[in-house]
Design a protein around this ligand. Structure first.
Ligand code: B12
Ligand code: SF4
Ligand code: SF4
Length: 370
């Protein structure tokens, strides 16, 4: 049963027996799902704000172990992040949506091209935060037109909301051993978005786990960032190191980063469920040719203005020129290409200390090569 409240205010005329409240939350959900697919989402499921009682404890443990590294914002507002019902007490339903960005190329193949950088597949064109948010807002507006008097809030990534456990509770897929959400009909190349609403919608059944004995994602991780299945130490994850971590990266980890200069796709690319992946419906995620395997020497020469122009509208822009060129220099240091040594040498006096440090490191790594 959905536990729907009949908010329509219908009551039986005096003298007649009251009829049972009509439960139309299932019909509302059906209409919403159809509309979500029309809007371009690939999957839409519903859960309740109180559906993830296990999340708060897991988050607290993750933070207590320091696994969030410099992401101090994860430790803030933990009461909201761990408990969606506390975030917005009036919310009755959480609509979880999948937005597919399946790459058209094999991201792992690019790791072998040493004088080129690899940008994660999700970041090869427009910033999904903007694209998904617009789509969520359109869907939300439609929902309010259908059922006036209700309210919505839309979230993608940046709010204190644990999107993966919510999506699992909604039956969108399950959290794999790599901790991301995957689904039998989608693989794992999709973003998540959420609409919280005061509208009562019939919740879906949670999905159960289908990883079985597989451990492909755990074994492929270049930095050993999984202390155990379903647990990630972000401090070792190349996605964290290239995107979130400010300042110099630990010298031990730099050689393991290879030519990954923004994010990392290895654990996602290893997942066998991707044989069921579907093509991205949104052309704004199709890779920009100049961002697939860009030339490291070329990227290292970007100044602030050049960086902003090259990555306008892309999620890469968020990390700024300094962190990006730092990453490029680590990749140059890992390239084994003597010809790139003078390229690194030009940056040893860079005004950004992390860039200068990375340039010196790259020069030292390439010093003995011919
Ligand atoms: C912080 C963050 C990161 C951090 C930390 C990642 C992490 N796994 O926590 C960093 C910067 C490393 C990161 C990297 C990436 N991210 Co990120 N990230 C987030 C963010 C903002 C919060 C995630 C979070 O709450 N983490 C905290 C921990 C406590 O939660 P957890 O990940 O759910 O992990 C817990 C479970 O594993 C659980 N657990 C423990 N034992 C068990 C046992 C079982 C059986 C189960 C089921 C669970 C379980 O407890 C864990 C804590 O130990 C979300 C957006 C959001 N608001 O939710 C996006 C999000 C998770 N990221 C996303 C993406 C795409 C990525 C990257 C793929 C990007 C890239 N290519 O570089 C990588 C993937 C790296 C990886 N293997 O996770 C997508 C994932 C979409 C999906 N299909 O799941 C999200 C949802 C953003 C979005 N809106 O689409 N990310
Ligand atoms: S994104 Fe890369 S570094 Fe991070 S856990 Fe996955 S494979 Fe490891
Ligand atoms: S690679 Fe294997 S273990 Fe990892 S998420 Fe996919 S199915 Fe699960």
């Amino acid at each position: 049963m959905s536990g729907t409240r009949n908010k329509g205010g219908l009551s039986a005329p005096p003298g007649l027996p009251a009829s049972p409240p009509e439960d139309i939350s299932g019909q509302k959900k059906e209409a919403l799902v159809a509309r979500a697919l029309e809007e371009g989402f690939s999957k839409c499921r519903v859960t309740r704000p109180d559906a993830i009682p296990q999340a708060a404890g897991r988050l607290a443990e993750f933070v207590a172990q320091g696994r969030h590294g410099q992401m101090g914002w994860m430790a803030e507002r933990m009461n909201w992040r761990g408990d969606p019902a506390a975030l917005w007490p009036e919310a009755r339903s959480v609509v979880m949506l999948a937005e597919v960005y399946t790459p058209e190329h094999d991201p792992l193949a690019l790791l072998e091209v040493k004088d080129r950088g690899v940008i994660s597949s999700y970041a090869l064109n427009r910033d999904y935060h903007d694209v998904v948010k617009k789509r969520l807002k359109r869907l939300g507006r439609w929902l309010l037109e259908q059922w006036p008097g209700h309210e919505i809030k839309v979230f993608v990534d940046t709010a204190p909301v644990m999107e993966k456990p919510l999506a699992e509770a909604a039956g969108l897929g399950w959290q794999g051993k790599h901790t991301n959400l995957l689904a039998r009909d989608l693989g794992n190349w999709f973003f998540l978005g959420a609409i919280f609403t005061t509208l009562e919608l019939e919740p879906d059944a949670p999905e159960r786990e289908h990883c079985g004995s597989c451990r492909a994602c755990l074994d492929i991780c270049p930095t050993g960032a999984f202390p155990a299945p379903w647990q990630l130490d972000a401090r070792r994850c190349i996605s964290y190191l290239t995107i979130e971590h400010a300042g110099p990266v630990d010298a031990d980890l730099r050689p393991l980063m290879g030519n990954r200069i923004y994010g990392c796709d290895d654990c996602l690319a290893a997942c066998p469920w991707n044989k069921f992946a579907v093509a991205a419906r949104e052309a704004k995620y199709h890779a920009r040719p100049d961002l697939v395997a860009p030339d490291l020497a070329d990227l290292s020469g970007l100044d602030d203005a050049g960086f902003r122009a090259r990555f306008s509208g892309s999620p890469v822009k968020r990390i700024g020129r300094g962190r990006f060129v730092r990453n490029v220099l680590y990749a140059i240091g890992n390239s084994g290409e003597a010809a790139l040594r003078p390229v690194a040498a030009r940056l040893v006096e860079d005004a950004d200390p992390a860039v200068a440090d990375a340039a010196r490191w790259a020069c030292a790594r390439l010093a003995d090569l011919r």
